[in-house]
Design a protein. Structure first.
Lengths: 740, 288
């Protein structure tokens, strides 16, 4: 195929609308007669609802009030398990549990009304962290608090410990992290007994669709979900929007009016999902040359009060836990446990940033104990073509992670800097200590294992009246560039102009289920389906003898119009087919977890203020092999944004928990880095390892590798051994105290 | 927005007299609104009557005479940053303005609002303290001058009656200093509330420190001058100075707490470290 558009920086498909302010986000929309909704939540972490009191300062007759009595179908948010209710019935499992819904035409009355409702509760003792949950301080989920458990084993670690040259053990912690998309969550719904329509900010229209059918006890065709322009998601709009959509629709059904339900920032931060906090125990055995002999990892995630996506997040974390390194003997035990905090959920990287942080930090520690250069130590253990990774998957492609490493070392001047900083730090009267650090890692692209087979995604394409092609997919544009890359891919597949491809609004009444917009699968998996679907259009035109094999864009338009004249419409749908040779054993967690991996090496340079312990990332080099890069500027932007988010994860973003609830739920005191806190982020894409236009994921990489590289650099600058993120200046100060 | 708008009344004052007259009827002033609107948005601003003082000419402008620089209460951070005399003679104030919020806040927030909001974490007050600022306060019945050092009397308490406005902030020009030190330790480089911040000025000779002044924010219920610590350095030869002793004294003057932004321990430790940095700078200057 001749590639004219893929690989070029075409203008973003919806770019003009966005920069001129024409794009309509959910809060920009109003409907005739629309009223406004609000959610009344629990304010205790665990208990049983006894009674609900309505204060008499409010004229409640003016309000639409939805309670569990108003739910026509099942009161469960359908996802993996059906344990989470839309509205708490009797039982409260976390502080932000929705209990009641209110709506009123005057939205400024809602807050006072919300504050005038008192939920009387018999409180029960609650548990708030991994330790309390594992110790079964209270049993709050099944009979052992364990939401999900996996065991990955390769070889036999137990045979190694006794004879190993060195065994190094340590524990690592990572904190929760808020996605902090620019646009808060929100939905507008219109509903009656027969049908439900919801517009809103979301990543996965069909997740909402699936959750609303049982809630309203309506068939698929009676539920319609439409995505509006969406200001970021990062995973945060994967599962939680189902709840907001359900709430808006319940209110709309009762009020018989359109209802808008918008979260403000404080509510969005306190009530919706975050990255799972983690606790990892590492134990590694090496020989005297630094060869990895055995790896034993105990990886635990805090899932919060309900199952949600924790099992899947845990799975990805577990599979990535031993990194891109070859080792004969591996044991990874992974558990997600329940606590009385709002459920944690999807967030860029999906469990892998947590486990990769622990592993990369631990490799630094092992290298140190071996007196080896951390770079050499990693390099000699890299997976090669033909090696088996932790799940026993044979790496088929020609892996050149050492090439990626070399490029990263060269661009960052890693070794020269290291020398230079050692001299600098030993001088008298220095005001800042400097350091460099590195992480090497890989990330599986697309859904895990048989995930894509179960999803069986469908993509369509059709001709428009003016002879252009329209892509029909539920994959959403959330700022990452879906519309643009689909158009590039389709235009090249057809050999027509980029402008001749249009993208249908993700609206479940118009587009098939191409699966959720997650895991970088949009470009890799759905992109391929887009290619097949539009090729189907072309083949039909060829077969109808309206086109010959060589054609111009204009000829394509003419042929299309003729086809429509003759036959009325042309729509082609294609379904995902698994590539050959991919086998995954779900039960034993063995086999090919992913059909492709993206490989990367990141280098961070930091300075640490001697007086204040403040840490600043001064330079950042991100080198990755991601196969074919569809749109270089968008791809670079993804990496830069992700690195900034990773710096936040490493040094700034601290969710302060009080009684199982985020206490700093404002942008004033939940600290993400500003442009002044971010370094120059230098992004490089290494030559694809494989020819043939394989595309892999890019979105997760910067979230995986940034924190370990930054913390490694801090360790290099200070000599302090750091085992957790976020590492605030307050924590670094305590490390200085501990060791002096 | 969590506030219920109809419960608020805002009247724009045409003049200072008009504003003061309205404030006699217990209306509260609003200047740039950058503190009050945050409360309003969260539904935490008390409903009632407010006076918009933002356009009053008598509260604006920076005047310079032989003895004083007089800063109108409505002066914004951007105006402070750009003022030449303030840059030269009171650089800590420019530094504080520069690290306050971001550009939008610097264009809108006022120095009078910063003082009257009485946050112990405010960034400009420590600079005002080391420059011995005083405040000209007016009401419908008269005016008074209050030394800024005595203005804040407790957490969010101050010598400002409900019907009074801060009109001007006066900075005496007679004090000259060899070194001006200002350091904000925020949660990040911009748009940050201080974990702590310190302003310091010093007069010294090659032989001794003649006098220093130190003020801190975010380590006590109000911004504070640290006079005992200052006294320790006063008229001391360098060899006589035991910086550890100075830090010990400092710790008796501050009362840091844990909050969402930082910890008590960090605040105490870093306050001591900043004294160290200030002292290091004095010795470095001296050795040059
Ligand atoms: C995003 C953001 C970032 C910020 N960053 C910082 C920062 O880095 N450092 C910092 O110190 N502050 C910061 N602030 C707080 C705020 O901007 C400052 O305190 C500002 O100086 C307040 O001035 P204002 O005119 O906007 O006050 P307003 O909100 O108008 O008023 C504040 C208080 O002062 C009273 N008042 C105002 N003027 C007078 C007067 N002349 N006489 C008597 N009373 C008066 C009001 O009644 C009110 O109680 C920030 C605020 C925001 C929203």
């Amino acid at each position: 195929m001749n590639k004219k558009w893929v690989g070029t920086n075409v203008p973003r498909k919806e770019g003009i609308e966005k920069v001129t302010g024409k794009s309509k986000y959910i809060d920009d929309l109003t409907f005739p007669d629309m009223i406004y909704g609000i959610t009344v939540r629990s304010d205790v972490p665990r208990g049983t609802i006894r009674k609900i009191h309505f204060a008499d300062n409010i004229n409640w007759d003016e309000f639409t009030i939805v309670t569990i009595e108003d739910i026509p179908g099942e009161n469960v948010v359908t996802l993996i398990e059906s344990d989470q209710p839309f509205l708490a019935d009797k039982e409260i499992r976390h502080q932000q549990e929705p209990i009641l819904l209110l709506a009123h035409p005057d939205k400024s009355l809602l807050e006072e009304a919300r504050r005038s409702i008192r939920i009387e509760v018999d409180e029960l003792p609650a548990i708030f962290n991994i330790e309390e949950s594992l110790n079964k301080k209270q049993i709050i989920y099944s009979d052992d608090n364990i939401i999900k458990e996996y065991l990955i084993t390769k070889g036999n670690t137990d045979d190694v410990w006794d004879s190993a040259y060195k065994i190094v053990s340590e524990e690592y912690h990572t904190g929760a992290q808020e996605q902090l998309y620019i646009e808060n969550n929100g939905m507008i719904a219109i509903a009656n007994d027969e049908e439900v329509t919801v517009w809103g900010s979301m990543q996965c229209p069909y997740y909402i669709h699936k959750a609303l059918m049982p809630l309203f006890d309506l068939p698929a065709e009676k539920i319609r979900i439409i995505q509006t322009a969406t200001g970021g998601g990062f995973g945060g709009k994967e599962e939680y929007p189902s709840i907001i959509a359900g709430h808006a629709a319940l209110l709309a059904r009762k009020a018989q009016k359109p209802v808008k339900l918008m979260y403000d920032r404080a509510e969005d931060m306190v009530a919706t999902t975050k990255r799972h906090p983690s606790h990892t125990r590492q134990k590694i055995a090496v020989d005297e040359n630094g060869k990895l002999l055995a790896i034993d990892i105990d990886f635990v995630l805090d899932g919060g009060a309900y199952t949600t996506l924790s099992a899947v997040v845990l799975s990805r974390g577990a599979i990535h836990a031993a990194g891109p390194y070859a080792c004969e003997n591996i044991r990874i035990r992974a558990r997600a446990v329940a606590t009385n905090t709002p459920p944690q959920g999807a967030f860029r990287g999906f469990g892998a940033p947590q486990s990769i942080f622990a592993f990369e930090r631990h490799l630094d520690l092992v290298a140190k104990q071996l007196n080896m250069c951390p770079v050499e130590f990693r390099k000699q253990n890299f997976l090669q073509q033909g090696s088996l990774n932790a799940t026993g998957q044979k790496i088929e492609e020609e892996v050149r992670l050492d090439k990626v490493l070399d490029l990263a070392l060269e661009k960052s001047q890693y070794f020269a800097k290291k020398k230079q900083f050692a001299v600098h730090n030993s001088q008298k009267n220095v005001k800042t200590y400097k350091g460099v650090g590195l992480a090497s890692f890989y990330h599986g692209a697309g859904f895990t294992g048989s995930g894509e087979v179960y999803l069986a995604s469908i993509v369509g394409a059709r001709l428009t009246a003016d002879g252009k092609v329209k892509v029909l997919a539920a994959s959403t544009e959330i700022g990452q560039g879906t519309n643009t890359i689909f158009s590039q891919i389709a235009a090249d597949a057809l050999g027509i102009d980029y402008d001749m491809v249009e993208i249908e609004t993700p609206d479940t009444s118009k587009v098939p289920n191409s699966g959720p917009t997650v895991a970088s699968r949009t470009c890799m998996i759905v992109g391929k389906l887009v290619e097949s679907a539009v090729c189907g259009i072309r083949d039909t035109l060829l077969k109808s003898n309206l086109l010959t094999s060589e054609y111009t864009s204009q000829q394509f338009i003419t042929a299309s119009k003729k086809y429509l004249e003759d036959f009325g419409e042309l729509k082609i749908f294609v379904k995902y087919k698994p590539p050959a040779g991919i086998h995954w054993d779900e039960k034993n967690y063995r086999g090919s977890a992913y059909s492709a991996y993206a490989w990367a090496v990141y280098v961070a340079e930091v300075s640490v203020d001697k007086y204040t312990y403040e840490m600043q990332v001064d330079d950042f080099v991100a080198v990755q092999e991601v196969g074919e890069v569809v749109h270089p500027i968008l791809a670079q932007g993804q990496i830069e944004g992700g690195v900034a988010q990773g710096i936040g994860y490493a040094l700034y973003e601290d969710v302060v928990w009080r009684n199982g609830q985020m206490a700093n739920n404002q942008m004033t005191n939940y600290i993400i880095p500003t442009s002044l806190d971010a370094p120059d982020i230098r992004v490089f894409f290494s030559e694809p390892f494989q020819p043939g236009g394989v595309r892999k994921g890019i979105g997760e990489l910067p979230m995986d590798g940034t924190a370990p590289a930054v913390i490694s650099a801090v360790e290099n600058a200070t000599g302090k051994h750091v085992c957790h993120v976020p590492l605030r200046p307050e924590d670094l100060m305590m490390l200085y105290r501990k060791e002096t | 927005m969590r506030a219920y708008l109809p419960k608020y009344n805002l009247t724009t004052a045409k003049s200072l007299e008009h504003a003061l007259q309205m404030m006699n009827d217990s209306k509260r002033p609003i200047a740039g609104g950058t503190d009050l609107m945050v409360l309003f948005d969260m539904g935490n601003l008390p409903p009632g009557d407010y006076v918009n003082i933002h356009r009053i000419p008598d509260l604006q402008g920076i005047e310079v005479n032989d003895d004083y620089v007089e800063i109108g209460a409505l002066t914004t951070y951007s105006q402070l940053r750009q003022h030449e005399i303030i840059q030269q003679e009171f650089p800590c104030i420019c530094e504080a303005a520069k690290v306050t919020g971001g550009v939008a806040i610097q264009n809108r927030g006022t120095i009078g609002g910063n003082i009257a909001n009485a946050s112990p974490a405010a960034d400009t007050p420590p600079a005002l303290l080391v420059y011995d600022a005083d405040l000209k306060i007016v009401s419908a019945t008269g005016e008074k001058i209050v030394a800024y050092e005595n203005f804040h009397t407790g957490y969010k308490q101050m010598q400002l009656a409900k019907n009074e406005l801060i009109q001007r902030i006066r900075l005496p020009r007679k004090n000259k200093h060899n070194l001006h030190y200002y350091r904000k330790v925020g949660t990040r480089k911009a748009q940050a509330i201080s974990k702590l911040c310190m302003a310091g000025v010093a007069n010294f000779t090659p032989e001794k420190i003649v006098q220093i002044k130190i003020a801190l924010a975010s380590v006590a219920p109000t911004v504070i001058r640290c006079k005992k610590t200052e006294a320790y350095f006063c008229e001391k030869q360098y060899a006589q100075i035991d910086i550890c002793e100075a830090k010990r004294i400092l710790q008796t003057e501050i009362a840091a707490i844990d909050d969402l932004r930082s910890t008590k321990e960090y605040r105490i430790q870093v306050a001591c470290n900043l004294i160290q940095e200030f002292f290091d700078l004095i010795t470095e200057e001296n050795n040059e």
